[in-house]
Design a protein around this ligand. Structure first.
Ligand SMILES: Cc1ncc(COP(=O)(O)O)c(C=O)c1O
Length: 484
């Protein structure tokens, strides 16, 4: 079989294995993958022989011979963060479109200003119990809207300015920061706590130390089920964040893409709700989309939620939104109860995926808690996560090491940690991924902890480990736009 003459390695976004040019190996981007994707590298046996053998031999020598990836073995992808293929709601969209495109329906759906009788803000307001005057539909999903905020921040800068970002963040921010650091504006990282959420005390320190000539313009934060660390900003810290935004006059852009994907616990009050109780509201915008809550990133649609006065300001910004057609279909899907059903299904599926992974890890001697929300487990070890990934890849499982999420590539605080995504494959592959991971951890005597910095463990790298890590330096690769 032709397939058997290949060795397929999934190479991380950050180009963990930088293939020597002389292999001529074909690197194929998976075009269906939007974010946090891997690249598939197909190597013929002859090409394999031409690989930099020091890399492979070093990698093999890190574990036992059984760590070598058998020819034709499928790699379990715990790295990428796309919605599960099984959850993409084609049937639901067909049903909503059929209902809304019927012969007696309002044709304004195809006009510039859309259908005023069944609007998406009203439908979203009803679904999530939010005042529709706080909702503005955006051109695109969360990522496009964050870019817009960045561009507005840059345009508002008089001279120099700073955009603050959590030290480990949605990897796209790495690429986005090139949008966000245009002109005289630069991106400055803020630390996360060991609980995996914004460290508001560090934010205060950073703000106090900023040069007066480069004031803070905007903070991008993921306050619920943070990507990659999974934490929720506690209510007390939310109040402090609003105080700081007010005191230092910057805009908070809260990426709430996972807010409604909570499985085992309620999320803290929303920043916009807390802002309502303030005498003087801070400039806070929550950004949402349909990408994760219904598994529909291809809809490329979202919304901003803010204090009504700020929503009005955002609505009158010079950005026309003419996505009236898809808005009308989604409004119908909400009003007919389809979106609520789909959201419940996505939540149950993701909770279950977490449980399968957690149980398989436990069966193989490693404890992790339940997946609380979002897509990701954040796991820390007593070894370098990039080195671990090299071993894991050869054992047939990949994940995203912290380095793939860092805003500052020189940051070493998180280097023993990695993100494992629960959104790929089926139960069997989730289980297999956990088993392979546990096998690598077990063989190397590596300890695992969930959601903490392993600051109490010394990183005592074996020389070979250091060598692999060095081979990877300089191969960091970030993608932007439609290709992964
Ligand atoms: C934190 C975070 N924000 C935003 C997105 C993407 O949202 P959208 O597709 O609406 O741009 C992702 C997807 O991986 C994410 O993890």
């Amino acid at each position: 079989m032709a397939f058997m003459s290949h060795i397929s390695l999934i190479v991380m976004m950050l180009g963990l294995f930088s293939l020597p040019n002389h292999t001529g190996a074909e690197v194929v981007a998976d075009e269906t993958c939007q974010y946090d994707c891997g690249l598939t590298v197909d190597l013929q046996k002859e090409e394999m022989a031409m690989l930099d053998t020091s890399l492979l031999q070093t990698s093999f020598s890190l574990g036992s011979a059984s760590h070598a990836l058998p020819v034709g073995q499928v790699v379990v992808d715990l790295a990428s963060g796309n919605p599960p293929a099984s959850e993409l709601p084609m049937e639901m969209m067909r049903e909503a479109a059929d209902a809304r495109l019927g012969p007696d329906e309002n044709v304004d759906l195809l006009q510039y200003n859309g259908d005023s009788t069944e609007t998406l803000p009203t439908a979203i307001g009803t679904l999530f119990n939010v005042d529709p005057s706080e909702i503005v539909i955006t051109n695109g999903g969360v990522t496009k809207t964050v870019e817009l905020f960045c561009l507005e921040a840059i345009a508002s800068a008089r001279g120099e300015g700073v955009i603050l970002v959590e030290e480990a963040s949605f990897w796209f921010m790495g690429g986005l920061s090139s949008v966000c650091s245009g002109g005289n504006v630069k991106t400055v990282p803020v630390q996360l706590t060991s609980g995996g959420y914004l460290d508001v005390d560090d934010l205060e320190r950073v703000l106090q130390n900023l040069n007066a000539s480069a004031p803070p313009l905007m903070l991008y934060t993921i306050p619920e089920f943070q990507n990659p660390m999974g934490g929720n900003l506690p209510t007390g810290d939310r109040h402090k964040l609003l105080d700081l935004a007010d005191e230092f006059s910057f805009t908070v852009v809260a990426d709430s893409v996972y807010r409604y994907l909570n499985y085992s616990e309620p999320v803290p009050a929303s920043l916009v709700d807390l802002n309502k109780d303030r005498a003087k509201p801070a400039r806070v915008f929550e950004v949402y989309s349909f990408a994760k809550i219904i598994s529909g990133p291809g809809l490329a649609l979202g919304w901003v939620r803010a204090h009504p006065a700020l929503a009005l300001e955002f609505r009158s910004s010079p950005v026309s939104v003419f996505t009236t057609f898809i808005q009308g279909i989604l409004a119908r899907a909400i009003n007919d109860g389809l979106i609520a059903t789909q959201l419940a299904k996505v939540k149950e599926d993701m909770r279950h995926r977490g449980e399968v992974f957690q149980t398989a890890l436990a069966d193989n001697g490693f404890q992790a808690g339940p997946l609380r929300g979002g897509y990701f487990y954040w796991l820390c070890t007593n070894t370098d996560a990039e080195t671990l990934l090299a071993q894991a890849t050869l054992s047939g499982v990949t994940f995203l090491p912290a380095s793939g999420s860092l805003i500052d590539s020189g940051n070493t605080r998180l280097k023993k940690c990695f993100r494992a995504s629960m959104s790929n494959g089926d139960d069997a592959s989730q289980r297999l991924g956990a088993e392979r991971l546990a096998q690598v951890l077990g063989t190397e005597n590596i300890t695992l902890a969930q959601g903490v910095y392993p600051s109490d463990v010394n990183l005592d790298l074996h020389e070979d480990h250091v060598r692999v890590a060095q081979l990877q330096v300089g191969s960091t690769m970030r993608h932007k736009g439609n290709s992964c």
